[in-house]
Design a protein around this ligand. Structure first.
Ligand SMILES: [Fe+2]
Length: 181
């Protein structure tokens, strides 16, 4: 695993192995029928992990690995969407938005996204006006409640599959952007 700077944030290459990626890809596709259509755009299916019949142990292990890697001392579930799985098909994209931070303004929503499958072309996140050159099997940090984010429209038959872990984090002294500025 290799920590890499991605414009205004960072990620870890090879956070999951190719075998784990294949396993998660199959699990995601098998669960597609439990996902809901996202009203915000076409060909986007989305579901909280706790709305699916089964969450593989691997996902729980990956979350634990992430919490240790990122030294997240207090794990608080992200408001509204918690941890989720998203599957998008051709032409779909994420419209610019910020995530809900909940009612306590001392905290914000931070997400870590694992790209389980990327389309042949497109699908890259746009994060604070920067296109992030992400790869499959990478995890990247998205301060989703602080930075406007979206994505480039998908091209080709291969879906964009994203597994997102969400945490409510204290704002004070914890923003990567603040450190960069
Ligand atoms: Fe978001």
């Amino acid at each position: 695993m290799n920590k890499v700077i991605l414009e205004n944030t960072y990620g870890y290459e090879d956070f999951i192995t190719e075998d784990e990626r294949l396993f998660l890809e199959e699990w995601a596709i098998n669960n597609n029928s439990y996902l809901k259509r996202n009203r915000e755009g076409p060909y986007r299916n989305f579901g909280r992990l706790d709305s699916l019949p089964e969450t593989p142990n691997l996902i729980k292990e990956l979350k634990k690995k992430l919490v240790e890697l990122e030294s997240i001392e207090k794990v608080i579930e992200a408001p509204q969407n918690a941890d989720w799985l998203g599957i998008q098909n051709e032409t779909a994209f994420v419209e610019p938005h910020m995530d809900y931070n909940g009612p306590d303004n001392r905290y914000y929503t931070r997400r870590y996204n694992i790209l389980i499958s990327l389309p042949e072309e497109g699908g890259q996140p746009i994060y604070g006006n920067k296109v992030l050159n992400v790869k499959e099997r990478m995890i990247w940090r998205c301060d989703a409640g602080l930075v406007i984010h979206s994505s480039i429209p998908n091209k080709g038959k291969k879906p964009r599959i994203n597994l997102s872990f969400g945490f409510l984090m204290p704002k004070s002294g914890n923003s990567f952007e603040t450190k960069l500025m």
